[in-house]
Ligand binder design. Structure first.
Ligand code: 5AD
Ligand code: FES
Length: 351
């Protein structure tokens, strides 16, 4: 039985070491039973930091005039792809701001070429693009799409996520479209956003289960001083007792509960988690429900500019260094690196 919103909320409010240990053990057992001991590595390629949106939490917001913008060329992308292939990663995740300078046909051509010339699965994370473009990319061979809904609380969402002029932002609708197009669908939220209550986070997690997401990415909110939310200029009003903390422990609680509601999902131990605990954040995420890591393969000169929040883990590590580092860390956990595309595998329903 999947936990109810009330049960999830009561787990989120717990802090005691015994309760935590029980939750980690449950999540780890469900992870092992459903997705096994493989840790899938996805090569993350941040192909553009240009963005038309103005999300109040994100350093790539178009309002952040301090950031120098880049967009990778096809040639640069293919250089990185051959690295991903040589490392044995099964998937490339191409991520960008919502950048209409990335033309739909241009990207479709790249996707087609990747599918024809490499064994890689293709995941896209390009923001709230129009249906026609999502369709073209799917037809070109893209397998998966990531679009976090960030929070299911409509008021909080509106306050931190201004709509584009003349358009209402409805990420839930886009997620349904992606599903209809045949993508594997990923979503997720930030943990400890100012204004996020325990109740609303519990609703988010319950929703992951109801949406039957194939992939769920969650990570702690990390304030970026170059944004309205991170600088304190925007301060959602909330009872302090109800505010979810953006702590490491809370992040593990959310990962673990996510595993309980989405037993078969691919769940990454995220960069945000590694950022707030560089020593062992990734490993702990993997021991408490996660089964995926997304090592960054973006060229270092661009990676510095993909500054969603400050102090990102592995900012100066080459793709080769991360590859070796992760291999050791995964082996030390008694797990192994997954091979092949690492898609969601549906288990036959038990009668
Ligand atoms: N802290 C943590 N995560 C963030 N994201 C954006 N800004 C921040 C921040 N300040 C996350 C969002 C987005 C993903 C690409 O990065 O959830 O969907
Ligand atoms: Fe990048 Fe360890 S994963 S250095």
């Amino acid at each position: 039985m999947k936990p109810t919103i009330e049960e999830i909320e009561s787990h989120l409010r717990q802090t005691g070491p015994r309760e935590m240990k029980d939750l980690w053990n449950r999540a780890d057992a469900v992870r092992k039973e459903n997705v096994g001991d493989a840790v899938h590595l996805r090569g993350l390629l941040e192909i553009s930091n240009t963005c038309v949106r103005a999300c109040a939490y994100c350093g790539l917001s178009r309002e952040n005039t301090r950031l120098q913008r880049y967009r990778m060329t096809a040639e640069e992308i293919f250089d990185c792809l051959s690295r991903i292939v040589s490392f044995g990663y099964g998937t490339v995740v191409m991520q960008a701001g919502e950048d209409y300078g990335i033309e739909a046909d241009w990207l479709a051509g790249i996707i087609r070429q990747i599918r024809q010339t490499t064994p890689l699965a293709v995941t896209l994370s390009m923001g709230e693009r129009p249906f026609e473009e999502l369709k073209r990319w799917r037809q070109a061979g893209a397998d998966r799409y990531l679009l976090r809904f960030e929070t299911s609380d409509p008021d909080l969402y509106r306050r931190i996520h201004p709509a584009r002029q003349g358009q209402t932002a409805d990420r839930r609708k886009i997620l349904n479209q992606l599903r209809d197009l045949g993508y594997e669908v990923g979503s997720g939220v930030m943990i400890g956003l100012p204004g996020q209550t325990f109740r609303s986070l519990a609703r988010d997690i319950e929703l992951f289960g109801r949406m039957d997401l194939d992939m769920v990415g969650v990570g702690p909110y990390i304030p970026n001083p170059d944004t309205p939310l991170g600088s304190g200029r925007l301060r959602p009003k909330i009872d302090p007792a109800e505010q979810v903390p953006n702590t490491e422990q809370m992040a593990y609680q959310v990962i673990a509960l996510t595993r309980l509601v989405c037993p078969e999902a691919n769940i990454p131990s995220t960069t945000a988690l590694a950022t707030i605990n560089r020593d062992s954040g990734r490993e702990r995420g993997l021991s408490r429900g996660a089964n995926v890591v997304m090592p960054n393969v973006t060229p270092l000169r661009y990676r510095q500019l993909y500054e969603i929040y400050p102090g990102k883990a592995c900012l100066n590590e080459t793709a080769e260094v991360c590859r070796g580092c992760l291999a050791e860390r995964i082996a030390a956990l008694g797990r192994h690196i997954g091979t092949g595309p690492g898609s969601r595998i549906r288990r036959a329903a038990t009668p």
